[in-house]
Write a protein that binds this ligand. Structure first.
Ligand code: SAH
Length: 365
């Protein structure tokens, strides 16, 4: 069975051309599935009967199942989606004024092992398929359209922004993430502006370069440290692509990016990376890159081994950046009470990397 959610606009046109169908059939089908939320191909009344019959025989719209739906007092909503074989991933909707941002997962777990991230602690199982990635947006849109009367694709749309900041490293699942991005920005499907779709990466330089060519959208980079010695410890992929190489890739990306700056994320960890010296070093490091800095107060989880910086330390850090003319924001913690904040998404991951065993062995040796 083909899952029609796995197809981006170009691959759907290619499938239809193999079937001897006209390209505009792809537009009709995308609209039914993504804008109208129709899962039953037989109900797609403007498709020819023969095409409907073929679709019914060979294809379907297969969505991940929702296992749990939680809502925090601040309106943040979290869905736990079953992706089979005892793996589940999380999707978070963050309402803020007229904006409704969906935070989407790209992998079951994550292979990168950033020191302060709970997804990283859980290990890695597999990449999500395009259907499982776009299915998160499909689900949030259609569930909320029912509840609120908003539409999927209009001036009053349900999900207004997407951030690839859920579980996983999006650029490590490149092809499926790009296919999903193409659906997000295509007018025949979700029609979001490239500026309202953000990929966040721990710093995969080759992936940043490929994304620039394949589907440039807004880019956020998880920097978290102003020098390689510290970043090697916090974000181990830094050993492969150190800060200079990463910042050079950011500059190359800006040639094609829909926004004229890169967002740098910087999680503030008490007594680890939050001193005035770190702030000054960061300022000098970023002096050549048009950017904004988003400071993220650390969100604790059990056994993390890190603490959130004090309010004073956060204010002082921000102040040093601002005085150096770096546009700096502090990310508001959302989703308290349902573990929906950055770095707290854990879902359920059947670890294939034996990471937990290795950590335990290291701890006892
Ligand atoms: N793998 C991608 C996207 C995932 S996470 C990336 O690394 O960018 C989104 C952001 O949350 C990243 O900047 C990540 O470093 C940060 N984060 C991870 N754990 C966190 C925690 N416990 N508290 C605050 N932010 C965290």
């Amino acid at each position: 069975m083909l899952n029609l959610l796995d197809y981006d606009p170009a691959s759907l046109e290619a499938l239809f051309s193999q079937w001897g169908e006209k390209p505009f059939r792809a537009r009709q089908l995308l609209r039914w599935i993504h804008q109208l939320g129709e899962r039953d191909v037989l109900a797609m009344t403007d498709l020819a009967k023969t095409l409907r019959a073929r679709l019914a025989a060979e294809a379907g719209v297969e969505l991940p199942r929702v296992r749990k739906d939680s809502c925090a007092p601040d309106g943040t909503r979290k869905w736990l989606l079953d992706v089979g074989a005892s793996n589940a991933v999380e999707t978070v909707l963050i309402p803020e004024g007229d904006r409704r941002t969906l935070c989407i997962s790209s992998q079951a777990g994550c292979a990168l092992e950033c020191a302060f991230c709970s997804t990283g602690r859980q290990g890695f199982n597999r990449n999500l398929s395009t259907a499982e990635i776009i299915g998160q947006l499909w689900w949030a849109n259609h569930r909320l359209a029912e509840e609120t009367g908003l539409a999927v694709h209009s001036d009053r749309r349900v999900v207004t922004n997407v951030v690839m900041m859920g579980m996983g490293e999006p650029l490590a699942n490149f092809d499926n993430v790009v296919a999903a991005l193409r659906l997000m920005i295509d007018d025949r499907a979700y029609g979001l502006s490239r500026r309202r779709v953000t990929v966040s990466t721990a710093g995969l330089v080759s992936g940043i370069d490929r994304l620039r060519e394949a589907c440039p959208v807004a880019l956020a980079v998880s920097l978290h440290a102003p020098n390689d010695a510290l970043r090697d410890k916090l974000v181990p992929i830094n050993k492969k692509w150190p800060i200079d190489a990463l910042l050079a890739a950011c500059l190359r990306y800006l040639d094609k990016a829909p926004r004229d700056f890169i967002t740098f994320e910087y999680v503030l960890l008490k007594d680890v990376n939050d001193s005035p010296e770190h702030a000054r070093e960061l300022v000098s490091r970023l002096s050549d890159v048009p950017c904004k800095v988003n400071l993220i107060p650390f969100n604790p989880f059990e056994g993390a081994g890190f603490e959130r910086s004090s309010r004073e330390a956060i204010a002082r850090f921000k102040d040093i950046l601002m005085r150096a003319s770096l546009i700096t924001t502090v990310r508001r913690t959302r989703g308290d009470g349902i573990d929906a904040a950055c770095g707290q998404l854990a879902g359920q991951v059947q670890d294939k990397t034996k990471r937990r065993l290795r950590r335990e062995a290291e701890a006892t040796s």
